[in-house]
Design a protein around this ligand. Structure first.
Ligand SMILES: N[C@@H](CCC(=O)N[C@@H](CS)C(=O)NCC(=O)O)C(=O)O
Length: 301
């Protein structure tokens, strides 16, 4: 692995990868970001994270560090001369920060996913309640503080704020209003979005919602919503579902939006695509049962 001494193996839509990107930007550390295709993992990823085979992986001087929260701690310790500090120096407060980051890991991801992966009806109502209850616990912990650890943005905020770009999907699929349930938490998320590190890292919630559509109905609903946004030019790919498939369709649902593509791919127009009309029930022949849905969504103008 010739080249950069700080390399991040990442996937654009990963909330875990976003944590690392935010931490790097807060610290002003330069690194090389490599977009992984999780359907077709690179030999480097398999070599660097043989245990979990997951992104993100930070490779520093050729040595891997895995697990997003551990990577963020590593960044804080390794670049401790660069401000801001991400974790408090007091051991008790550090332990508290780790506790809440761990809570977010154990609860929010799974509770959120259940909203769109469970059947409509009683099961989904239960999932929604569980999710809102977890969010309310976090809202209680935040209280009146501007950030989770007090006056300054840090480790716990970094652990949670990437999920903000999933709020739209959760709200759409769950028919819930997170803002109504947890107004302080949403105010906190908006406060975090005022930071360049966050606003430049989080992808467009519309793009995120498209890849999380796991049924044809969900997907078509989102497409018709998107068609209302004139600044969006959408290119769709329902692998195996639109016939004929666009000639330049992508090989996996993890295909990055344009801004995440490597310069090489942009030049090669490998991922590039033209506008297609939004799919309709007539063009979608087979039900979407997996997340193969988004080709690319490009913001124009
Ligand atoms: N606990 C891990 C979770 C990482 C994770 O779930 N990464 C996903 C992408 S969001 C992944 O690489 N999945 C590939 C796979 O499961 O094969 C962390 O915090 O880094």
């Amino acid at each position: 692995m010739a080249g950069s001494e700080v390399v991040l193996l990442d996937t654009w839509v990963s909330v875990f990868g976003m944590r690392v990107r935010i931490a790097f930007m807060e610290k002003g550390v330069h690194y090389e970001r490599r977009e992984e295709d999780l359907i077709n993992k690179s030999p480097l990823l398999l070599q660097m994270n043989p245990v979990h085979k997951k992104i993100p992986v930070l490779i520093h001087h050729g040595k891997p560090i895995c697990e997003s929260n551990i990577i963020v701690q590593y960044i804080d310790e390794t670049w401790q001369n660069k401000s801001p500090p991400l974790l408090p120096s007091d051991p008790y407060l550090r332990a508290q920060a780790r506790f809440w980051a761990d809570y977010i890991d154990k609860k929010i991801y799974d509770a959120g996913r259940k909203i769109w992966s469970t059947k409509l009806g009683e099961e989904q109502e239960k999932a929604k309640k569980e999710f809102i209850d977890c969010m309310k616990v976090l809202e209680g912990e935040l209280g009146e503080k501007p950030y989770f650890m007090g006056e300054s943005f840090g480790y716990v905020d970094i652990a949670l704020v990437p999920f903000y770009c999933w709020f739209y999907a959760w709200e759409k699929f769950g028919n819930i209003s997170i803002e109504k349930e947890c107004p302080k938490l949403v105010a906190w998320a908006k406060r975090c979005m005022e930071r360049e590190s966050v606003s430049k890292t989080l992808p467009d919630p519309h793009k995120v919602s498209l890849i999380s559509a796991t049924t044809t109905t969900m997907f078509l609903t989102l497409c018709s919503e998107l068609a209302k946004h004139p600044q969006m030019c959408c290119c769709y790919c329902l692998r195996g579902s639109i016939k004929p498939a666009p000639s330049n369709y992508l090989s996996s649902f993890t295909a990055p939006p344009f801004e995440f593509m490597s310069e090489k791919n942009k030049r090669a127009r490998k991922w590039n695509c033209h506008c297609t009309p939004p799919p309709s029930a007539a063009t979608v022949r087979t039900p979407i049962t997996t997340t193969y849905c988004l080709l690319s969504l490009i913001t124009v103008g």
